[in-house]
Design a binder for this molecule. Structure first.
Ligand SMILES: Cc1ncc(COP(=O)(O)O)c(C=O)c1O
Length: 413
């Protein structure tokens, strides 16, 4: 038996309704490796992959446009499934090829300029942080990065002060779970504060959708972006955004395309009133069909059940890793998510992760350059990130812990 931090057996996660054996049986990659990189790209189920291959075969036989015509209803279902996952309506969903392109389309449409304000947390992801810094540098937008409180989450009092003194149009660009730790930001409180101050609330939920049950109405957000490939276990090159109905009224997409607009006369066009005004026309139909399968699987498995399972699993991993000499958990106190981060005395994150990979254990090292306002501020050059999913079983956990023990001991010699 493995001994926990204080010599007691590690806390067993509460029993959940997730059938790990069944998840493994329908996920080819789950038995090939000890895969702990769902926060990078979760393992797709066999059905997700099969749906994509089938469609590629159809494109091969009948041509891309003709194949797309044959699946119009199924693609409509992808919007409906994405809406079901976040508690929105289908016309409030736009499909993208990544979370970053969703955020980019949205911030382009907002046309922020001189004197407007964006308020952001320390947990901001590199692509959004750089975008906001570019808006500040090139367009005169005021950027306010809010400090954290002792829990490691955004300081809500400081956020309120920032909202109270902000000028121009105000956007709160928040993050649910960052790339660099297991932190869960208080998104409902952030949404409520933003709304109370008349600010637009935009949430980066890339690391949370699929692992944390999110309802966009309950958290009062005006827009949300996520990717398909992480905890949703969809294909690479997929993502979607929720845009509250009416959120862009009077503005509209900055770069309209044939997908969400109609060019009606030499200098006129009309625009889809819903989220699709942000979309561009071309896409991988096969990938979107695969995403649809992944979304339906996530709903069928149960979003709340998945959350309970992953949060419990990560809590146990955190506890067991913390008990290994030389390992320091890097997650702040407010880290009730399925992501675990740690550093190891005498080891470089990337090399440590490579040492795990050599034993068929997949984790990833997150460098400070992906999260300067978080890891950089905390003086951590990198952390090793472990992100399990419903296909991980006890043998995966045992392999991870044993190998971390070995590598941490080597690093201390
Ligand atoms: C918190 C967070 N936001 C945004 C992104 C970017 O997502 P994408 O690569 O789909 O653009 C990532 C990617 O890891 C992320 O962790």
């Amino acid at each position: 038996m493995t001994i926990g931090l204080d010599g007691a057996p590690p806390t067993a996660p509460a029993a959940t309704s997730i059938d790990v054996a069944a998840e493994r049986a329908r996920t080819l990659g789950a038995s090939a490796r000890h895969y702990f990189n769902a926060a990078g790209a979760g393992l797709m189920s066999d059905a997700v992959v099969a749906r994509m291959i089938d469609h590629l075969r159809l494109e091969q036989r009948s041509g891309g446009y003709e194949a797309a015509n044959a699946v119009v209803d199924e693609i409509t279902g992808v919007y409906e499934a994405a809406a079901a996952v976040v508690g929105a309506d289908a016309d409030e969903i736009a499909l993208f090829d990544s979370a970053t392109s969703g955020l980019r389309g949205l911030f382009d449409a907002l046309r922020l300029g001189e004197g407007d304000t964006v308020i952001a947390p320390r947990s901001s992801y590199v692509s959004q942080a750089l975008r906001l810094l570019a808006l500040q540098r090139h367009d005169g937008v005021n950027l306010v990065v809010v400090p954290n409180d002792a829990s490691g989450a955004i300081d809500l009092d400081a956020l309120e002060r920032a909202l109270a003194t902000a000028s121009g149009r105000v956007v709160v660009s928040s993050v649910h779970v960052p790339t660099s730790s297991g932190l869960v930001e208080p998104v409902a409180a952030i949404g409520r504060l933003a709304r109370a101050h008349g600010a637009l609330s935009v949430l980066d939920a890339t690391q949370s959708i699929g692992q944390i049950d999110v309802d966009v109405r309950a958290i009062a957000c005006d827009a949300l972006v996520t990717t398909g490939r992480k905890f949703l276990r969809g294909p690479r090159g997929t993502g979607f955004a929720y845009l509250r109905r009416g959120a862009l009224d009077g503005i509209g997409a900055w770069a309209p395309d044939v997908r969400g607009s109609v060019w009606t006369g030499p200098e006129e066009w009309t625009m889809d009133g819903g989220a699709r005004q942000l979309e561009t026309w071309e896409s991988s139909v096969a990938a979107r069909l695969g995403l649809g399968v992944a979304l339906r699987e996530a709903v069928d498995r149960g979003l709340a059940e998945t959350e309970a399972h992953l949060v419990g699993l990560a809590a146990r991993l955190r506890e067991r890793l913390a008990g290994i000499a030389g390992v320091t958990i890097a997650d702040p106190p407010a880290s009730a998510s399925g992501i675990v981060t740690f550093s190891v005395e005498g080891a470089v994150g990337r090399e440590f992760s490579a040492g795990l990979r050599a034993a068929r254990i997949d984790t990833i090292a997150i460098p400070a350059s992906h999260a300067q306002w978080d890891l950089g501020e905390r003086g951590l050059p990198s952390v090793v990130r472990v992100s399990p999913h419903v296909y991980n079983d006890d043998s995966d956990e045992a392999a991870l812990i044993a190998r971390v023990e070995e590598l941490a001991a080597e690093a201390r010699r």
